[in-house]
Ligand binder design. Sequence first.
Ligand SMILES: [Zn+2]
Length: 245
Amino acid sequence: MTELLYQTDSYLQSFTAIVEAVDEQNHGLILDRSAFYPGGGGQPADSGILNRIDIASEPSSALKVTRAKKIGDQVVHLVEGEVLLPPVGTALLGQVDWEHRYELMRTHTAMHILCGVIFRDYGASVTGGDMDPLQGRMDFEFETMHKELVAEIEAAINREIASARPVRVAILPRDEAFRIPDLIRTKINLLPEGIQQVRVVEIVGLDLQADGGTHVHNTSEVGQIRVIDYKSKGKINKRIYIEVS
Ligand SMILES: [Zn+2]
């Protein structure tokens, strides 16, 4: 099973790994460890490159990873083109496309700031979300949302950025996580039975969620958030669009 390095160190841009299995069908590689995020929880997957360590001096030998993808319970690094895949046991140096990933880290933390503010100030729960680099949308059960609130929400989320709150990640046993009242509201009870450990992302003093994604260390790294639009998806459900710069 691949050791998921991004779970404990979201700032890791490069890493060494060994090929554990070759997935010919998907033209991909399964590694013993990886910093590539395979996508999930609204955060798109990482892309990047894998280089054979033994012939690293030849730039042409770099394998381009179009994306990492969860297939079954494995993380498969999908390799571009018709190139021959290195055999099991090959040592590789992996490099995540950092510009893309760091933008997603800032965006993902921005989304959690939005969730935290909307719950704290209006008592509205999040029901889903999706993001691209530097933009995202989130759905809330937020009956009282109206146009005049946009500026108020935007000011409140930017205050949270200015207050430079630390962002902490912890991996907790399931029982312990289920005893945290703040986690219940984010529908942690929907986690499949088999999952014995829960990864928790906390914006200290603002938001706490069970989450598998990669985040910045401090809200001040996010930049500026703009609320660019919102839409009613029925009487109760509202979708809020943000942009990060
Ligand atoms: Zn998240």
